[in-house]
Each structure stands twice: as C-alpha cells, then as structure tokens.
Design a protein around this ligand. Sequence first.
Ligand code: GLN
Length: 190
Amino acid sequence: MRVGVLALQGDFREHIDVLRRIGVPAIEVRLPKHLEAVDRLIIPGGESTTIGRLLTLYHMVDPLRARAGRDLAVWGTCAGAILLARTVLDAKEGGQPGLGVMDMAVRRNAYGSQLDSFELPIDMPALGDAPLHGVFIRAPQIESLGPLARALGSLPGGAIVAAQQGRMLATTFHPELTGDDRVHRYFLEL
Ligand code: GLN
C-alpha cells in the first residue's frame, strides 16, 4: 500500500501527521509522477477552486479521473469532497474545475456566513457506535446521492455528511483535526 496526500493547497500536513501516527507513511503528491507512485490518495480540505485550478495546471485531472475508484482509492475531505462530486451547486463563477467522479451533488459553503464553522456529533455506523466529533469549516453540504453512491455518515438531523462509492469516500468534515483516526483507518481498508 502506497498512500499519498494531495499537497497542492489546504491542510495536507494534518492528514500526513495522522497517517504517520498510525504507522502509515504517506508521500506528498504534487505532480503526475507522484500520483503514479501511489494507490491511495487523500484530497484535503482547503479551497476547492484553487486545488482544482492547480490540478488542471499540473495535468493531474485526466490521470485522476482515469484511476479514481479503480486502482486508486480516493478520499476527499471538505474541499476534496467538492472536487470529487459530479455536480457542484453554487460553484465559483467562471467555473469550478473538478474531477466529477462521485455520483453526488454538493453545495459549496452551504451553511452560510453565520455558521461558517461548527462542531456536531456524526453518526457513522460503519465505524462503530461512538459518534465522531465532526468539525465543519465553511463546509459543503451533500444535497443528493445518485444510485452509485451511498450515505455513510449523518448529522443528528439526518443531513448526509459522508458518502462512499466503492473505493471512493467523501466527508464534508475534517477527521484529521480531531485525533480520532477511525475514518483514516476505514479509508486504508477500502
Ligand atoms: N469552502 C471551501 C471550498 O469551497 C471548503 C472549505 C474546507 O475545505 N474546509 O472549497
């Protein structure tokens, strides 16, 4: 298993730290040649428009689309989830470059300015009974899932905050900021 974390922008170091803590060294992926060297990739939180533009600039979009969910397991957190989504609502004017590989629609910055950031418990039965501590930072919302994807985690009110489609995972929150490594371990088993 060779794990990479997309290191173009955003909180990639936090993911690398979690992986190191659980004994899985990860490489920083910035260029196609780094991508070729990994079979798992985390796309971190950050600014989805920036990450998407850099992916385009560095010629990473086509190789990612070709491999995601096949020989490359992929997990997007927050901005990463936006990049994975087939449909992005409230996309940046002038276009939102993305990968469009997961069968879901997400809305950017869905929680408005007052609720830019908040923390809530997340029910994620695949990870056990104990709820996860959900940290949301200008989070997107998963508005709908297509038939290929399924819900994996939700807020107390029922809103979906984690989804899976085979070897692709999306979370709208930030497990890498909490000290709870269950989602990282789950991803490493996909
Ligand atoms: N609001 C950001 C975006 O649209 C995502 C925020 C995050 O990744 N924490 O890309």
